[in-house]
Design a protein. Structure first.
Length: 315
């Protein structure tokens, strides 16, 4: 069987759109249609229902998707080993592409250093960053679009995922320098009367803050959700309210006086969880990236590690 057909099948199951699949795979839409029909003919079953809203996997398609992804995973492993990307080649080099998903705050604050370090130590690794919220990142691991993911979550409970905390991100309340609470101590009673600009739903620390504020007695605070940290920072800098963000995302603005810290109630630092799919093969290149992430992020923010723990979550 031509595994290109399986790749197209998996992509169409993920996107639900022949047009989006064609764009993703850099193929003509007619080619996608032909490949799906060829695969259905070879397997002797209909894999998709063609609906006005898009392509919906049939029950057979849903059953076969996991098997198809495992075949594609095995193919990727075979190609990597054949290319001596496992470090056993003549020069011992680790090579290959690695797709890493992470939240906007981590992409902006920590990952440039990781990329710079990898270019020195493993120039053959082609690291692709994909900014994504937790839900999208987990879906990327499920579909095989992402090899590794960094999640800002207290716990990762999905049974298909293996996660390990490699660092902790301190959180900070910030406001405009001229805000009445700037530089002051503030309790929950004072914070409850403020407007807050917080990250989109599904962000663990923002959701925790929102739940706490809404549980307080009295009028509910004004809450605005943003998918972009930059948008929240801009509203806060304009004096429109407060936000809670990882300190790494506002350190420069605090140092330059563009924003000011509000000394509010303590919220525990949020763990940075290095996450992979339990049943997918982790390439040597992905392991090297995981090692570098563990080393640099742990050094930057600190996380305890006992002597008997594995070095990374992908070992």
């Amino acid at each position: 069987m031509d595994t290109r057909l399986l790749k197209t099948f998996a992509a169409l199951a993920r996107t639900g759109s022949f047009t989006a699949t064609a764009t993703e795979l850099h193929l003509a839409q007619s080619t996608i249609t032909v490949q799906i029909r060829t695969l259905e003919r070879e397997l002797g079953t209909r894999l998709f229902d063609r609906l006005p809203s898009g392509a919906l996997p049939t029950s057979a398609g849903r059953r076969l998707l996991t098997e198809a992804e495992e075949v594609l995973d095995a193919e990727a492993r075979l190609r990597t080993v054949a290319a001596a990307g496992n470090g056993d080649g003549a020069d011992g080099a680790v090579e290959g592409p690695v797709a890493l998903g992470a939240g906007e705050s981590l992409c902006a604050s920590h990952l440039p250093r990781v990329i710079a370090s990898l270019r020195r130590t493993h120039p053959g690794i082609d690291l692709h960053l994909h900014p994504a919220g937790s839900a999208a990142a987990i879906e990327g691991l499920r579909t095989g679009r992402l090899d590794l993911v960094l999640l800002l979550e207290q716990d990762v409970t999905d049974a298909d995922l293996v996660a390990r905390p490699i660092a902790r991100e301190p959180l900070v309340y910030v406001a405009a320098p001229g805000h009445p609470l700037a530089g002051r101590e503030a309790g929950w009673d004072e914070l409850a009367g403020q407007s807050f600009f917080v990250h989109e739903q599904g962000c663990s620390y923002s959701d925790h803050l929102v739940r706490t504020l809404l549980a307080l007695p009295g009028p509910a605070p004004r809450l605005t959700r943003f998918g972009s940290i930059e948008a929240a920072r801009a509203c806060v800098a304009a004096g429109l309210g407060l936000t809670l963000l990882p300190r790494a995302t506002v350190e420069r603005q605090l140092a330059e006086g563009y924003l000011a810290e509000v000394h509010g109630p303590a919220i525990p630092p949020v763990p940075v969880q290095l996450t992979r799919h339990r049943r997918r093969w982790t390439s040597p290149a992905a392991r090297a990236v995981a090692d570098e992430l563990t080393r640099l992020l742990a050094a930057a923010r600190g996380v305890s590690r006992t002597s008997d723990e594995p070095r990374t979550s992908v070992d």
